[in-house]
Design a protein around this ligand. Sequence first.
Ligand code: SF4
Length: 211
Amino acid sequence: MKVCEIFTSIQGESSYAGLPCVFVRLTGCNLRCAYCDTTYAYEEGIEMSEDEITKSADSYGINLVEITGGEPLMQKDTFLLMEKLLNSGFTVLLETNGSENIRDVDKRAIIIMDIKTPKSGMFDKMDLKNLKHLRIHDEVKFVVMDREDYEWIKEFIEDYALIDKCKILLSPAYGILSPESLSQWIIEDRLSVRLNIQLHKYIYGPDKRGV
Ligand code: SF4
């Protein structure tokens, strides 16, 4: 597999935010979102086997691991890697961009799936069939760029009855929309979603890698 980086940090997003976590960032992404902050993951990386990755993750002594990217499901061996990590006793989070089929992801893993909005420029790449594979413990994440995006997201949540399907995260695009504005909109609308701020960026700064 091609691995961009493996590191420990505080989980910055999702309902697991705040917990110590091992991150396995895999190389390659099939999308080009307007706000992408991990462009280095498009190409950079070294070859490692699933066993080497599992051993490396295990060496940190933290039992929460997130597989991220780039887009991890572009590499077919990611399915086997998740199985190995789960069999080794890890809680496994899979962060995926919503364009690749999640049907065959091990049911024990927790999927955190993006739904790209029109403003990201990538909505037409979404595989909306994925919505029927989500379980109640999974999470969907929308990155919100502005009020127009937010209004679109509210409609999407309603149209697909997402509230009943899984947890919903709304994340203000860092440096583009303030968390304060987004939190105000959520409260005004009594929207049953979780404000998702990228905690790691507030702790370590927006440009720091590997933390
Ligand atoms: S899916 Fe993630 S890694 Fe890929 S372009 Fe979008 S933000 Fe960047």
